[in-house]
Design a protein. Structure first.
Length: 511
């Protein structure tokens, strides 16, 4: 177990870097920040030259790989770090200097247990990308296929373990202070980050996620997931089909290649809705660098380390909330929040509906290009404090991805409106999943499952209440008022009662 002094030393060192970039200014000025935290922030910036405009992303990048990933997590929490910080953290990039090829070769060969040439006919020593956790190389397999090979950086697991250990300790200290810090549930934020990281540090998990996503997206032929080369994949090395396309961040090249940016934007939004609402399993890192336009007009995705999952009940609520906001049915949106338990029951549904209207209505009359899903989410975050809404960890990735997808779509088509593109899909899904036919089908399935459980239920009852044996049933005993005996009298009463029962038994045996 790491000593508290070690955690404090790490926090002060990281805090000093954050302070030099002005990243602690918001914490100091926020009246909801616990006083001890404000005091530590002031100590961390003592003697530092603080810039006028905070550079949050630069600060996390300077701290190291684990901080980069934590910053990407905090970018989903404007309620926790503020709108300005969350927006700046969205520009965090994983780009780091690449490792020398001999180090990568040793990592691959130790993972496979055989020489590199056994698996690859050619291997490009210069990486096409170097990120905080891994770097990627282009290669050709022994059977002539072009592939991308992702290799974990050596020592990255231990580095992340140390950092997360301190993050957990710090979050526990802050949450124990109560008040606003407790409502924002920082320990759950770090636990969510820990789970994301565990998936990213095991490349077999990433490969499995890609495979599962490919199965779920068969209904969307315009969205492509590269195939996994399982024979050349381990926990430290991931080999997958090479993607030959144009990154969606290069709009000019996309247009020059003859693609319709508006069509690509619509396909991207529909693909995201299919993943999040219909399948409940979605790519949660859909930034421009991970999305490509293929020559045939399809969109391809890479980097499946961060994936989100939502159960069916939450997806039904989500679809109804989205459709309610699209159509202006704020009363229904408020009711769903109460049904889902997102808002504590001591609040008033009508008051919450009015608060939602205050967020949604100002946007309804705006031109299409000025409406924003991100602004809508920011507005929703602003009312969480008034209605004691706790963080919903299972929706953090979804909120982040919705904003990210809208940003990519707007880069392709500045006039696109996520609401307008989403409405037909959401409406059809609600009709299919919540219409009369669906409700009847759900009820039939539930009743059949209940009938199937009846034999087990009867057997459990028989075990709990077995058939009577050879002894006759005990006669009914009348109720006798019990006197509460406390202290030393309890032991005296037990002794007297035991003695009386013992004497009665001896008299019966001698008679």
């Amino acid at each position: 177990m790491t000593a508290p002094a070690v955690h404090l030393w790490r926090l002060l060192k990281w805090g000093r870097i954050l302070a030099r970039h002005g990243a602690l200014r918001g914490i100091e000025r926020d009246p909801n920040t616990p006083r001890p935290v404000r005091r530590i922030a002031r100590i961390a910036r003592f003697g530092a030259r603080v810039p006028q405009v905070p550079r949050y992303a630069d600060a996390f990048q300077a701290i190291g790989p684990a901080a980069i990933k934590l910053g990407q997590t905090l970018a989903t929490r404007p309620d926790l770090v503020g709108d300005e910080a969350a927006h700046d953290l969205l520009r965090l990039q994983d780009a780091l200097p690449p490792l020398p090829f001999p180090v990568i070769r040793q990592r691959i060969e130790s993972s496979f247990g055989r020489p590199l040439e056994t698996f690859f006919a050619a291997f490009d020593e210069t990486p096409i990308g170097a990120a905080s956790i891994a770097q990627v190389h282009r290669a050709i397999t022994a059977d002539g296929r072009q592939v991308a090979v992702k290799v974990l950086r050596p020592g990255i697991e231990a580095e992340f373990a140390r950092a997360i250990d301190t993050y957990e300790w710090a979050a526990a200290q802050v949450e124990s202070m109560g008040g606003e810090a407790s409502r924002l549930r920082p320990r759950l934020v770090i636990e969510t980050f820990k789970r994301w990281t565990a998936r990213e540090l095991d490349l077999r998990r990433e490969a499995a996620s890609a495979s599962e996503l490919a199965e779920g997206m068969q209904a969307e032929p315009d969205f492509m997931v590269p195939q996994i080369d399982w024979q050349r994949t381990t926990g430290k090395v991931l080999t997958l089909e090479w993607i030959d396309g144009i990154k969606l961040s290069h709009r000019d090249r996309i247009v020059a290649a003859g693609h319709d940016p508006s069509l690509l934007a619509g396909r991207l939004i529909r693909a995201f809705l299919r993943q999040a609402i219909a399948e409940g399993f979605f790519h949660a890192d859909m930034h421009q660098g991970n999305l490509f336009a293929l020559p045939d007009g399809r969109i391809a995705a890479i980097d499946f380390g961060i994936m989100g999952r939502i159960d069916r009940r939450a997806r039904v609520w989500l679809a109804e909330i989205l459709y309610g906001l699209i159509t202006g049915n704020y009363k229904r949106v408020a009711e769903i929040h109460f049904e889902a338990g997102y808002v504590p029951p001591h609040h008033n549904v009508a008051e919450f509906a009015t608060a939602l209207r205050a967020v949604g209505e100002p946007m309804r009359g705006l031109p299409v290009k000025d409406m924003s899903m991100g602004a809508m989410l920011d507005g929703l975050f602003s009312i969480t404090r008034d209605f004691d809404m706790q963080t919903q960890p299972h929706l953090l990735l979804l909120q982040k991805t919705m904003v990210m997808v809208e940003g990519v779509a707007r880069t392709l088509d500045p006039d696109i409106n996520l609401w307008d593109v989403s409405a037909p899909f959401v409406r059809e899904w609600i009709r299919t999943e919540l219409g009369p036919e669906a409700k009847i089908a759900d009820r039939l399935v539930e009743d059949i499952r209940t009938l199937a459980r009846l034999p087990d239920l009867i057997r459990n009852i028989e075990r709990r209440f077995p058939a009577p044996g050879g002894a006759p049933p005990a006669p009914p005993l009348r109720e006798i008022e019990r006197i509460r005996v406390v202290g030393g009298w309890r032991y005296a009463a037990v002794a007297v009662l035991s003695g009386a029962v013992g004497a009665a038994i001896m008299m019966y045996l001698l008679s």
